[in-house]
Design a protein around this ligand. Structure first.
Ligand code: FAD
Length: 541
């Protein structure tokens, strides 16, 4: 099989034209072409009226070696790499002499850690503080409609984790030499995701499909002997210390139950602040890390489509347009777009009472009228010095201010972009009607963020207009507050065996531990950590 990269065709090409382009590029007769599949398809929209599709293909010919030899000057032609996932261990703990591994958290990281452990025959126990995805959906929608927050069942907590009510973007910039991202996508397709996620350059699946896929993956884990327990919050960690070595021996649950185990995947996400505190109190090594703060910004999706795609706006292959923006402010802060959701809605993402947090989601169709994205300012431990958990308190203070400024009833504070930049409170919406539920309360957002962040954002919005014409729009709506762009801490682990720096048997993983950012990278990290657990158990045989 041959990998052929950088094959370019016009947006509206036909299927035979793709075949012809392959034949021409490989310089072979039609009868030599056995088959081809699209490995990746992206587009170049720099010339809006002449958008180009760029293919990476896997092609089978009657004489791959000969074609490769003849076309050796073509740097975009090579043998297709082996992308099949291979398990690192088999037949580990088949006699059950070791306690079963435990996975805490059933977000994408915990889900993939549990799936891989189950596929290797290790029968994991999964402990999830929230409810099943169906019950959780009712609680979350209840919060959005009735302003009643369930601190254990919401956008952050429950089966599927933080990304369940999301845009379901499935791409990442992580280095992935073992093609673990492909294993994640393959399992998602098995669980009901559309096939196209395997080849489009920026795949996404939207909220409703994710719900069904999470259920299908749960069924597979259970069928393979895994056990999944909901509404089981881990409240403590039993750590034995002997000759200077700390070894995890068990977990305590909120119910009072004790679970004996020597191997725990800690995949608790970035919002489990009570668990972060317990880990710190038990002496697990934690350090503060940078994250970002800012607002969700909404524009009409049609504005973004036209700006990006011109006359090709609305083309089915292109879908709703996204954007990616960066501005380096004069005060040294980076301002950038984060988790952009084309044709989506802004959602209430709080998990603690009396606090307001925003995020974004969409459905597969991305057909809502507004485009939304977080526009955030980078901050670092120098902004919240003194304690490894100080970033959490910093987030909490901002989220409390947002709650108060929104009116103290889970409405989010908002402002028109033009007013924010001009430094005056907003009193009336223009053409852009915000999508956040329960409601957006217009006010002056400059009062909730630190001065350096306000200054950087005021500079960035007009500057973004040079990148996306029309972006600096007076009545675009800013909704506050984005505080959970990534974990404020890192639970550091060793590079070789992925165990905590100072606690054997504890495998910090995913976004909460500071080792992933997004669904795909969290899933990939879950696979890596499951492999590390299997290898550790195999070594103890
Ligand atoms: P999480 O998904 O946060 O999962 C952690 C799980 O651990 C939770 O279910 C929690 O209940 C459980 N838990 C925590 N503490 C305990 C405990 N003590 N005991 C038992 N269980 C516990 N990323 C993308 O790539 N694309 C997107 O489109 C996207 N959109 C998003 C939209 C929203 C609204 C949100 C909130 C996030 C979005 N993200 C998106 C980010 C993505 O969801 C996260 O990066 C990802 O979910 C992190 O995975 P994780 O498994 O590490 O942690």
């Amino acid at each position: 099989m041959l990998r052929l990269n950088e094959l370019k065709l016009p947006l509206n090409h036909t299927e035979p034209e793709l075949t012809e382009a392959i034949l021409a590029r490989l310089d072979i007769a039609p009868e030599m072409l056995l088959s081809f599949t699209v490995h990746k398809r992206s587009y170049d929209a720099r010339k809006k009226a002449n958008i180009i599709l760029i293919y990476s293909l896997d092609v089978a010919t009657t004489d791959d070696a000969g074609v490769l030899q003849r076309r050796k000057h073509d740097v975009h032609l090579m043998p297709s790499p082996d992308m099949e996932y291979k398990f690192v261990a088999h037949g580990v703990n088949t006699d059950g002499s070791q306690p079963r591994p435990v996975v805490i958290g059933m977000g994408p990281c915990g889900l993939f850690a549990a799936l891989i452990l189950a596929q290797m025959g290790l029968k994991p126990i999964v402990l999830e503080r929230g409810k099943t995805v169906r019950e959780r959906t009712k609680d979350t929608f209840g919060f959005w409609r009735k302003r009643v927050l369930n601190p254990e069942s919401n956008v952050q907590f429950g089966e599927g984790g933080a990304g369940t009510f999301s845009d379901g973007k499935l791409y990442s910039q992580i280095k992935d030499p073992r093609y673990l991202g492909r294993k994640v996508l393959t399992e998602f397709v098995k669980a009901g995701a559309p096939e196209e996620i395997m080849y489009v350059s920026k795949p996404h699946i939207g909220t409703f499909r994710l719900v069904k896929m999470v259920e299908a993956m749960r069924e597979e884990i259970v069928a393979l002997g895994g056990e999944i327990r909901f509404e089981q919050r881990v409240t403590d960690f039993e750590i034995e210390e002997k000759d200077g070595v700390r070894q995890l021996r068990g977990l305590l649950l909120a119910s009072g139950e004790r679970i004996v185990t020597d191997h725990v995947v800690l995949a608790i996400g970035h919002s489990s602040r009570d668990t972060f505190q317990v880990l710190y109190d038990r002496g697990v090594y934690i350090e503060a890390k940078p994250f970002s703060i800012g607002f969700r910004v909404e524009h009409p999706q049609s504005l973004i489509d036209t700006c990006r795609f011109g006359p090709n706006a609305g083309h089915p292959i292109l879908g709703a347009a996204d954007y990616k923006l960066v501005h380096h402010a004069k005060n040294g802060r980076a301002v950038y777009s984060f988790c952009m959701c084309p044709g989506g809605t802004v959602v209430a993402a709080a998990s603690e009472p009396g606090r307001v947090v925003t995020n974004g989601m969409s459905q597969y169709s991305r057909a809502e009228r507004n485009a939304n994205s977080a526009i955030v300012v980078s901050i670092s431990p120098e902004d919240y010095p003194g304690h490894p958990l100080a970033g959490i308190e910093f987030q909490r203070r901002l989220e409390e201010k947002a709650f108060e400024l929104g009116g103290g009833n889970y409405s989010a504070p908002g402002q028109l972009m033009g007013d924010f930049v001009a430094g005056k409170p907003s009193t009336e919406f223009g053409a852009v009607i915000p999508s956040y539920k329960p409601a957006v309360h217009l006010t002056d957002l400059a009062t909730i963020l630190p001065d350096y962040a306000v200054e950087a954002l005021r500079e960035a919005f007009p500057a973004f207009d040079k990148q996306v014409r029309g972006y600096f729009k007076h009545d675009a709506v800013l909704t506050g507050l984005e505080t959970r762009t990534s974990s404020p801490i890192r639970i550091k682990r060793r590079d070789d065996d992925l165990q905590s720096l100072n606690t054997r048997g504890l495998f910090p993983a995913g976004e909460g531990a500071g080792y992933a950012g997004g669904i795909l990278s969290a899933g990939v990290d879950g696979i890596k950590v499951a492999e590390a657990v299997a290898l550790s158990m195999a070594a103890k045989k």
